[in-house]
Design a protein around this ligand. Structure first.
Ligand SMILES: Cc1cc2nc3c(=O)[nH]c(=O)nc-3n(C[C@H](O)[C@H](O)[C@H](O)COP(=O)(O)O)c2cc1C
Length: 355
């Protein structure tokens, strides 16, 4: 796998570890990936809950938590560190501004179109801006709006296809439809980005995500034009992953049939490992009693069957009576816990062998 540049940022191995909230990818996993030459990504979702001892004020605790995680990661690695921020989060702007003031290398946005993201860059800032999209249309809208309003183009783009874990940028009926497969989307988005690259004499590398599990998968998607990949699921079953043993065990225990599409209160479908909690929600047994943090812009507590942030924190701790684990379509393939170093070694070997 060849080294790659994102603007002036050198990345030794073109693998981004996808940001995984709540608390699944923090400084531990991100720094381990960065130490192997990939891009390690801290999830900024729900940090206010994980750092509630610092302040009962969710917004304050979130800012403090992100500062702490970035600093801890920097202490453990000289490699490339990014932060994942979801556009749908009510504290999106806080998390973006904190990432920039802490000088993270990259901000990666998911769950929505980050149309005003470049407006938060400060003078002299070197933080790269990388949106996640699910269509060529979304990539085009972001490029056009950023260029027109801020004279800025994305430093790279990530396309997340329907096999990814977590929230999916597709309608439920599109998820199994081959017209929306990652293999279909990659060439479409490469052509779209090429128009901007040629017009403005720049490069916008495309990273592909969703269902990439082996080095052979990486090779296959790169043949379709991707410059690199983003992977989430494969990094969950590592020693360095910041989740509890119980969360990782859910991945080891899962069969293919346990990985399901669920409706999330965020208003998007999501892919997760079936749990007793999910069954209770389907049976109509779960009702949120209150909305303590108003963490997601699009979540309406009166209509939501549960509070997603609390469900995800419960899952982080391994409590699947009151939570569920997001997981990619390949989550059933893990058979043991490995080190991040071992994962990189096997990805490189598989990649080479499939050449
Ligand atoms: C447990 C879990 C949590 C995730 N949380 C987030 C998140 O907070 N923000 C985001 O943009 N993507 C999130 N994702 C998506 C990943 O960053 C990544 O793009 C995706 O998992 C790639 O597909 P793969 O799991 O098949 O490799 C999550 C995925 C998983 C498995």
């Amino acid at each position: 796998m060849k080294a790659i540049k994102i603007g002036n940022l050198a990345v030794a191995v073109p693998i981004i570890q996808g940001g995984m909230g709540v608390g699944i990818s923090l400084s531990g996993l991100a720094s381990a990936v960065a130490n192997e030459g990939g891009i390690g990504v801290i999830s900024s979702a729900g940090l206010g809950l994980l750092y509630k001892d610092f302040s009962e004020n969710y917004l304050e605790a979130s800012i403090h938590g992100l500062q702490e995680e970035i600093r801890k990661a920097r202490d453990k690695t000289l490699g490339v560190i990014g932060v994942n921020v979801m556009v749908a989060m009510t504290n999106f702007v806080d998390m973006v501004k904190t990432s920039i003031s802490e000088k993270v290398d990259i901000i990666i946005t998911g769950a929505g179109l980050p149309l005003d993201l470049p407006s938060f860059l400060t003078k002299g800032s070197n933080t790269k801006l990388v949106p996640i999209v699910s269509s060529a249309r979304a990539a085009r809208i972001i490029c056009e709006k950023w260029k027109a309003n801020y004279n800025y183009l994305p430093d790279a783009v990530i396309v997340e296809g329907p096999k990814a874990g977590g929230h999916l940028g597709f309608k439920e009926e599109q998820i199994g439809d081959n017209n929306f497969s990652l293999e279909k989307l990659v060439p479409e988005i490469v052509s779209e980005l090429k128009l901007f690259e040629e017009k403005y004499n720049t490069t916008i590398p495309l990273f592909a995500a969703g269902g990439i599990y082996t080095g052979e998968d990486i090779n296959n998607i790169m043949k379709l034009g991707a410059a690199g990949v983003q992977m989430g699921t494969r990094f969950v079953t590592t020693n360095e992953c910041d989740a509890s043993q119980g969360f990782k065990q859910a991945f080891l225990d899962a069969d293919e049939k346990d990985i399901e599409i669920i409706k999330s209160p965020v208003g998007m479908p999501g892919r997760a490992i079936f749990s007793n909690f999910i069954q209770k929600v389907r049976d109509g047994k779960k009702q949120p009693k209150k909305c303590p943090f108003k963490c997601i812009k699009t979540c309406d507590i009166d209509k939501s069957p549960y509070c997603i942030i609390i469900a995800l924190v419960n899952a982080l701790k391994g409590n699947f009576e009151h939570g569920f684990a997001f997981a990619g379509s390949n989550a059933f393939r893990a058979t043991k816990i490995s080190s991040v170093k071992e994962i990189f070694q096997s990805l490189k070997k598989e990649y080479k062998e499939s050449k």
